[in-house]
Write a new protein. Structure first.
Length: 129
């Protein structure tokens, strides 16, 4: 699978994630895929279990992809995951084998106020000068 095909598969995956299309969302995973959530200490083994864990998640969620970068067997997606209208910044690291995701690790971070000690050194993202 070349990089263009992987990128297309990732775009399909994230679009399906946003639309709650669980079958399409999980086509990208191998049957024996592993998903890790380091912040909660959880590991989910197998495409079926990954899909079921997302299907039973009770919150209303939206995915807004910020960027997808990678090549070969390693791809990273930065996105905003909004649960019940509360945004969380997230990173997904996917490792591919034979054209499908064999391992994924997701990291999550809530927004926080900027530090006053560095105000004079920064510009606010999304603002123009």
């Amino acid at each position: 699978m070349d990089d263009r095909a992987v990128r297309a598969a990732l775009e399909r995956h994230w679009n399906a994630s946003d639309a709650n299309e669980f079958e399409v969302e999980h086509e990208i995973y191998r049957d024996d895929a592993v998903l890790d959530y380091p912040q909660s200490g959880e590991r989910i083994r197998g495409r079926h279990n990954i899909q079921e864990s997302r299907r039973v998640q009770p919150n209303k969620k939206r995915f807004t992809v910020q960027r997808i970068i990678g090549g070969g067997n390693l791809w990273v997606t930065e996105f905003i995951l909004t649960y019940d209208a509360k945004p969380t910044y997230a990173v997904s690291i996917m490792e591919f084998r034979d054209g499908l995701v064999a391992a994924e690790t997701q990291y999550f971070a809530e927004p926080f106020a900027p530090g006053p000690s560095r105000t004079h050194l920064v510009e606010r993202m999304g603002e123009t000068t």
